[in-house]
Each structure stands twice: as structure tokens, then as C-alpha cells.
Write a protein of this length. Sequence first.
Length: 344
Amino acid sequence: MPALWALAVIMLCSGVATLRSREDVGETFRRLKVPRPFDAPALARAFPYLELLLAVGLVQPFTVLRPFVGVAAVALFVVFLLLVLRAKGDGVSCGCFGEASAAPISGTTVARNILFLALAVMALAEGVLTLVRLGGTVNWLPLDAFGPAAWAWALVVVLLLAAAALLVGRESVPPADDGAHPDRAHPDDADLDDPPRLPFGDAVVIQDGHYVGLHQIVSQHAVVALRLSTGCGSCSSVIARLPEFQGALGPVQLRVLMPQHSPEALTPASLGAIPPELVLGDPGGMAASAVGLTRFPMAVLLGTDRLTAGGPVGGAQDVLDFLEEIRDIMTTELPAVDAAEATA
């Protein structure tokens, strides 16, 4: 397969997926901090159609146009790579393939975009070579310019495309628990009646602009720690209900672990609808890892004895059920037990 065709397939899939996605492309631009003036609303709305137009340009037969299309593709994928490198670790998703790219940007995203850029460079090389060797003619198969070496070039293209497709597939599936607590086979099935009590490390978080250890955070009150991100599509339903649970969990405090790389406060834009008073900055995601929160969204109940008291659970609905269960216990069952003991 020619690199021009392979890149056209990528652009076609991306454009169609973005058009079918319910997410606003402008929100994706803001999430990735696309510099001005390229984050204009009109450009955001037109972007999926521009991707489809580039896909058509990559397979058009006029050899004189191929180098220009190749340069445009290389420039686009260089920008994509720079954006995901800058956003890596911020807990946001790239939305490159619509809802199939809802997972936060990770090393997998970066590796995938490096492969895309390699294919774009090969497409540019094909465009230049076909123009040099075939002249300004009409030619549908770019590999005609390679002669006997066409099969080797095509094999490299197919391998790169297959590797990129594999990485895209990995991003579309929520990552499994990484084994932070290996003696719990099914952490999502844990409940509050008889939860496994596991120790957690004293990871550093940022609270009110100061570095604080997790053990100090839980020294006075049990804490429900949530791992959320405003760039995570499945987190939105949990974020929308945070005010409902805030202050409704009895003595249990609600806290949200969010990526933060310096003591300076997170900006309102980065917090979105998350109440600022609930946020604990999580440098490098170390606190989330220490308590077994390996993906977005997840939740765990941390006891004052520095042991987990419930969870972790993952997935928006399971997290909401977990919060409702804690609320029910703290507002109904626990007061009833205290009243019975007082009467006795």
C-alpha cells in the first residue's frame, strides 16, 4: 500500500469519527490548548471537513499536486505530535478519533502520533518521487515510481499502519487495573460491608498551594478520593453530581485528585465544573497510583488508619453507586447505630 493511501485512510477515519462524535471540536481545541488564532470557532467547526478534504487530496492522481499535499500532511502531524506531547500527563483526551479517543493522553498516544508522522513523511517522499520520476502526469498508483523496490516500500507502510491501528485500538479500550493491589482480584466488585483493608503510601499532593502528604490529609477524617479529569468524557456525569455529594457524606470528606505540576493553583478553565475546594493536585499522578486509582474515573475510600476502607471502583456508574452507598451508610445506617448504642 502506498503511504499516501495509508495516510488517506487515517484522515478519513479521523474526519468521520469526529463528525459522528457528540463532542464539540472546539472543546477539544481548548482542552489541547491550541494556540491562537487556530482555536477560532469557525476553524474548529470546519476541521473535520478539512481532514476529509486532505484525505481526498492524498489519493488524487495529479503528480504535480502530491508534494504540496504531502507537506500539508507532515505539517499537520507535526502539530498533532507537539500538542499531545504538551498535554501528556494532564489527564485530558485528544479526541483525534472522536469518542474512540476518550482515554487520557498517554505514552500510547504519543507513540501512535509518531507513527502517523512517519507515514506522513513517507507520503511526502512518495509525492516528490512520483513527480521527479513520472513528471507532471496523471498517475493513480504512487508505487509505480519505485520500480522493483515497490514491494519493500509497501511492506513498511503496511507494518506502520498496522502498528498505528493497534495503538488506536488500545486507546479505545479503558485500561485494566495495573495491579497496584495484587491481592484483590476484582477491585470493582468491592463493597463497603466487608472491604479489603489495604495500606496506601504517603504520596504528596498539593492542597491550597502547599505540598501535603496523603497521610496528613486523612489524619482527621476519612476521605473519598476521586480521580477525575475535565478532559475525560466518561467523567462528566460524575463531575455534574459532585455538588450533590459535597457535604452529604457525613464525616467523610470528598476530594478530587487532578494532575498538577506546580504549587500554583489550577486555573478555573482547567477545573471546569469541579468545585475548587475539593481539588487535590496530584504531581505525576503519584497519589492516584498509591491508592490504586489507575484510570479515569475511579474512586476509593481512605480511612484515618491509613488503610483503604472501600474500593477502588472504576467507571462512571460504579463511582456514582459507590458515592451513593457511602452517603446512605453515613446518613442513615451510621446514625441509627449510634442512637441504638446511646440508648443501650
